[in-house]
Design a protein around this ligand. Sequence first.
Ligand SMILES: *Cc1c(COP(=O)(O)O)cnc(C)c1O
Length: 350
Amino acid sequence: MGRGVILNYREFLPCTDATPVINLGEGDTPLVASVSLGGQLGCGELYFKLEGCNPTGSFKDRGMVFAVAKAIESGSKAIICASTGNTSASAAAYGARCGLDVIVIVPEGKIARGKFAQAIAYGANIVNIQGNFDDALKIVLALCEKHPVSLVNSINPFRIEGQKTASFEIIDVLGDAPDYLFIPVGNAGNITAYWKGFVEYHRAGKSTKKPRMMGFEAEGAAPIVKGYPVKEPKTVASAIRIGNPASWKSAVSAAAESGGLIDCVTDDEILESYQLLSTREGIFGEPASAASLAGLIKMKNTGMDFSGKKVVCVITGTGLKDPETALANSRSIINVPGDLASVEKALGWG
Ligand SMILES: *Cc1c(COP(=O)(O)O)cnc(C)c1O
């Protein structure tokens, strides 16, 4: 534990002797068995892969550590990304760790507060633009053409390489691949990375099978499901509020080759799953993370049978990233004077 993904999976990563080993303790995240929802949904076994346990609270760290290592290997002194929040938090952390300049271009007012606080805390240069993530990414791509700075968005193939280690961990823990993997889809790098990991580990003889890849976009930001880019993507799940995913084609291939699918879930379904996860399983993921569970519930309701099957839902980021959404859904807060009798009365014990 705590060795980081580069040391743990070096032989499966495109490392050279010159690739530095960077480590903030990313990876080795828990695969936690469901105690409640799995039974209710008729799953043989249901697990949650808790990617919120990474150093900056999302899976982005797996890819960022390797993208930063390769940027340093190539002599780069600065990294840049567009972000819906988590990529900027991760870039800022690893950049700080390695003494690189970090530039993040983000859509003004559309970043969850926890993520924005992280980019500030780690000392990134932050540029707010009036526009959305897709606009920010276009600008970043143009900047990279003109200036000596390394792109660390998931178009960078080393991001995908690092992120595929999550599949390795799942197989290492379960002893084989699961039957289904449910995963949120935004820019579609992660579903691409997981599939790459499952394919490579299978080829290496580490598993007897590969899972069906079940990817879920948010309904208001579902370009892949619709078949065309969405100009103004809208969803409560800011991490998947993306209208023109960079890894569109590879995500479609992952779903097709695995016998899975890419579908979408509504914001209501996302928020319901967000609450179910925290109140029934004790797992507080950010709203985008809940799209995986929302997808599983949707598939169950459309008649899919998961009995005897091993199912994994990827919980991509921690709920602490987005306190606003948690507070907006607060149910039973009681305000009373600060004395024993008032508190007992409020609790119905008075
Ligand atoms: C980035 C992110 C996603 C979406 O992943 P993609 O690789 O963009 O599809 C989902 N959830 C969280 C918490 C994220 O940070």
